[in-house]
Write a protein that binds this ligand. Structure first.
Ligand code: SF4
Length: 260
């Protein structure tokens, strides 16, 4: 049986999300579908390469979207996608405070709204929104499955419904002849403030230049992305020999952008 209601497959650029997309396509149940990828400009190039490779190999027809201050979305492509944080920088230039763990408006403005506005531009009023959230991510699906959002879509979580966990995703990718060229700690916006301090200092140590954009935004917009701790402090930490377990106390926080 095929669905007549539009299903928007929100492809985050991660392994779980890609697996969900492939399973949905292969099921034959989603002929009326749109597959979208919302690019913040701060994802690593490996993520963009992966989205493009999935698109080409699986013939997905991914629609690449980015934030635009006037219309809230613009259509782009793998070739023309922003790679130096431009949509994110533009967004922050319109704001008086930086996004943070409490007010994480970047996800909404850079991902959720561009997708919503694009779908509405197609003349669609209501749709299903498929996200690659796994069964073993209760912090992410807890709210999503309640569908309490006052939005024109209904959340569907195919991986959750099929009780797919991380081990299943890993097995799926072992069976493929290509993969995302990132470890899970490297995904999403490169130094996303939702990552724990341990991951952030590791990432800065591995690539000190990656801190530059975050440092610039803190200086230009004012304030810090992380509560009471600037990225310049993280840079200092990354330059010091630290006990490996020092920042174990600070967890990573899940978000809509997850790429695991
Ligand atoms: S990955 Fe992090 S910084 Fe990027 S849009 Fe999502 S929450 Fe914001």
């Amino acid at each position: 049986m095929t669905s007549s209601r539009l299903t928007v497959i929100s492809f985050s650029g991660g392994r779980s999300s890609a697996m969900m997309t492939k399973r949905m396509i292969d099921s034959g149940k989603y002929e009326n579908r749109v597959i979208v990828f919302a690019n913040t400009g701060k994802e690593r190039h490996e993520t963009l390469d992966f989205v493009h490779e999935c698109d080409i190999r699986w013939n997905l027809g991914v629609v690449w979207l980015e934030y635009d201050p006037a219309t809230k979305f613009r259509i782009t492509s793998y070739e023309n996608a922003s790679r130096n944080g431009e949509p994110f920088t533009t967004l922050l230039s319109t704001k008086v405070y930086l996004p943070n763990r409490v007010k994480r408006y970047c996800t909404g403005e850079l991902k959720v709204k561009p997708i919503k506005r694009y779908i509405q531009s197609l003349g669609v009023k209501n749709w299903d929104n498929a996200m690659g959230i796994r069964y073993d991510e209760p912090l992410r699906w807890g709210k999503m499955i309640q569908n309490t959002q006052h939005e024109p879509w209904f959340n569907v979580l195919p991986l959750y419904e099929d009780e797919i966990v991380k081990a299943d995703v890993s097995a799926f990718w072992r069976s493929q002849d290509f993969d995302l060229q990132l470890e899970s700690y490297q995904g999403n916006c490169d130094l996303c403030f939702m990552k724990g301090k341990k991951k952030l200092t590791r990432l800065i140590r591995e690539n000190p230049d990656s801190a530059t954009w975050w440092l610039n935004q803190e200086s230009q917009v004012g304030g810090t992305f992380r509560q009471r701790e600037s990225y310049s402090r993280l840079v200092e930490y990354s330059n010091q020999p630290l006990e490996p377990s020092l920042f174990d106390f600070e967890p990573d926080y899940p978000c809509h952008c997850n790429i695991d």
